[in-house]
Design a protein around this ligand. Sequence first.
Ligand code: EPZ
Length: 432
Amino acid sequence: MTKYVIHGGKPLFGEVEISGAKNAAVAIIPAALMVDGVCRIENIPQISDVTLCLRILENLGAGIRSVNSHTVEIDCTRIHSTRTSYELARKIRASYYLIGALLGRFGQAEVAMPGGCNFGVRPIDQHVKGFTAMGAKVVVEGGFIHASAETGRLRGANVYLDVVSVGATMNIMMAAALAEGNTVIENAAKEPHIVDLANFLNSMGASIRGAGTDTIKITGVSRLTGGTYAIIPDQIEAGTYMAAVAAAGGQVLIKNIIPKHMDCITAKLEEMGVSVEEKEDTLLVRRTEALQKTNVKTLPYPGFPTDMQPQITAVLSLAEGTSLVTESVWNNRYRYVDELKRMGASIQVDGKTAVVEGVDHLTGAPIQACDLRAGAALVIAALAARGQSEISCVQYIERGYENIVEKLRGLGADIRAVEVPGDSDELEAHIG
Ligand code: EPZ
């Protein structure tokens, strides 16, 4: 088992290169199943969720060729099954994208129910609503979601999402790409990775317009051919490093980002007294003065992202004054707060709200990650804390952060990964 050992209290200085977006990659790789040809995908992050997605596709008959550490060629001309491996698919939340991809291209799909969840219930009723509207029959049996197009091919439909759902928007958009006729998704989510998936599908021959707005129009085509596509930089990875500088202090140049995607995070950090200088594809982040309190409410894009909520709460625990954090997307995304309290944080959680009373400093402690972004928040807190912290269950963190130890060491952080006797790092369920 791996632990991170961090000696905190050192400001961060230097440059960090942001990797490809995890939440784009875990949708685009399943979408490659729809392509009757070879997809060359570039700027893929080297994270365990991506490795798992590629193994799932290989298990279905896809040919995977690693061109270099961040580029793969995926050949889905000889897919021999539409039933995913139960053991593999159940480990990752994003396995639901396999339904849209397989149903869209082959008219049928059998996908293991996605992994459980570390922050509340994560239904997929809106995904099913879209598939059903397009003429699919969807049943859950024996731990699998069985979906089949009653006429053998989906047909276009109008779908109004009851909740703004990233997954449902992406899944329905994917399935509609090869459906017969036109589909309109209303009340669609607008996250950057949704636009990225639409751009990927269009580069393979799909006809999708309006991604990034709340109304997406898809004209079904008969076939997707091959092509090349580069994944966008990860907004949340970049935001996490910005939060690390805010908490630990120092000055860091964040490279390979799309500034527009960072606006909501930049604005919030500037309210706290952090300086952010935006250039074409970089942000220079500097924090030298005391952090100021502020209030945060997570919202669908372009609002403040829920996937930055644990990280910003860790920073606010060191701000002067009392801050209010409201989590409006997920029901129970504060499980990490108890770990921050071990370090001296003063946070009271009541339902969707956390009242964060800033303290003068945090102190290092043995702490445990409970999910991907919670783990990132603990790293941020440990970097700022006085003394040593040991973080366990870091495999959660490594699901979504490429080379986080090396990247932080490159910024002068005193962090190292240590192998300790204990259970294997294999996660019961990859969540996120
Ligand atoms: C995606 O999850 C991300 N995961 C999550 O990131 C992220 O927190 C979330 O979007 C919101 O941005 C991936 O992209 C793999 P939703 P997803 O459908 O698609 C409710 C991370 O840390 N809902 O947008 O599952 C749902 O309960 C992970 O990288 C329904 O009610 O999220 C939630 O309250 C964690 N019915 C809200 O909508 C549905 O059918 C938003 O969920 C679907 C969702």
